[in-house]
Design a binder for this molecule. Structure first.
Ligand code: UD1
Length: 341
């Protein structure tokens, strides 16, 4: 299949591109490179031995997107284009809504005009808000008590896709709710390149282990969890990428929703210990106060994806720490500096 990856040069997109290429699909990456580097595509080409068509385009500009995709043939789209920093979204809500929502509307208009019916959307477990159950399945309420525009934009886009399906019953859409993506490809060639101070735990721990930052601030140890620190469902980015392939291969008319998580929870201290072990480096930490808006425990019930997609997460937190550490060692400044040369 020829597959368009909108936002395909980013962290999740580059790993997904590689998995699709290795499964024999053709990949067209559309990206504005505002938060990614063309170097990641070059590396995906190197790893797969296949070439990728790259289109530089701002998807939030309809005219630009229409022109860029006018003569491009593809049968399916995976939509990973969007801003994703929670704190930034609170500071700049209009730019988050404009970018994430308008890009989606534009992509849908282009798909409709070209009669491309297959769409996989990169959503997030953030749409569940504060978990009401120990493990979250897809029937858990969404769009309740969300605390930031990033989360709202994901919830709104899910609704937009459901509404589009009502008017376009042939649409074959899947909403993938990611839990906490971590790790890197085992080659250390592609991974996450955070700009500035990482917001998420594992890239922060990676920089502490590499000696680029002094210590990890553990955001609270008074949660009702075994060691008092927050528990999350960390999913290896290669498992996540394989989840996109499984979703693509199982599309049918309608809008299906799947959790992509491991079903296993790890605390902040578990991650710090696992990373120190995998990297052989010290990871000093200090317990600070809790981060505003954080919750105690978020763990996926991935049963539906296991059953319907024949997919499950196979890699452990130790695998993710080892791969992240290899990536960090080989690319201490991420990939941006490579393309700046
Ligand atoms: C965050 C986002 C969520 C997004 C997800 C993507 C927030 C409030 N939520 O979730 O919307 O979908 O990333 O991966 O930002 N922690 C520390 N020290 C740090 C960083 C994190 O102790 O320096 C702790 C957090 O309190 C949490 C755990 O580590 O318990 C994971 O944090 P993080 O990686 O930021 O992910 P989430 O908060 O789950």
């Amino acid at each position: 299949m020829r597959v368009l990856l909108a936002g395909g040069a980013g962290y999740i997109g580059s790993h997904t591109a590689l998995v699709l290429l290795e499964a024999g699909h053709e990949v067209i990456v559309l990206d504005d490179f505002s938060n990614s580097s063309p170097e990641s595509i070059a590396r995906v080409e190197g790893l797969s031995g296949r070439s990728v068509t790259t289109i530089t385009c701002d998807l939030s500009n309809l005219g630009e997107a229409e022109r860029a995709l006018q003569s491009v043939e593809f049968e399916a789209a995976i939509h990973l284009a969007g801003f994703k920093a929670v704190g930034e979204s609170v500071q700049s809500p209009s730019s988050y809504y404009r970018n994430n929502i308008v890009s989606t509307l534009n992509l849908i208009d282009v798909l409709r005009a070209k009669n491309v019916r297959k769409l996989v959307f990169s959503s997030s477990a953030t749409v569940y808000g504060v978990p009401q159950t120990e493990r979250i399945d897809e029937s858990h309420p969404t769009a309740q008590g969300l605390t930031n525009p990033y989360g709202w934009s994901k919830a709104m886009i899910e609704q937009i896709i459901r509404d589009v399906h009502v008017s376009w019953p042939e649409l074959e859409a899947v909403l993938l709710r990611y839990f906490n993506p971590v790790g890197a490809h085992s080659s250390g060639q592609i991974g996450e390149s955070p700009t500035g101070t990482p917001n998420n735990l594992m890239p922060y721990v990676a920089q502490v282990a590499a000696g680029q930052r002094e210590r990890v601030n553990v955001f609270g140890d008074g949660y009702p969890t075994p060691d008092g620190t927050g528990v999350r469902d960390y999913i290896h980015v290669m498992d996540l990428a394989e989840g996109h392939l499984a979703a693509l291969q199982n599309l049918k008319p309608g809008v299906a929703t799947y959790n992509l998580g491991s079903g296993v929870g790890h605390s902040v201290l578990d991650v710090i210990r696992a990373y120190a072990e995998a990297s052989g480096k010290d990871v000093p930490y200090t317990v600070t106060g809790p981060r505003a808006g954080d919750v105690s425990t978020v763990i996926a019930d991935p049963t539906l994806a296991n059953q319907m997609l024949g997919w499950s997460a196979k890699r452990s937190i130790d695998d993710a720490c080892r791969d992240s550490s290899r990536w960090q060692e080989q690319n201490p400044d991420g990939l941006y500096h490579v393309s700046d040369k």
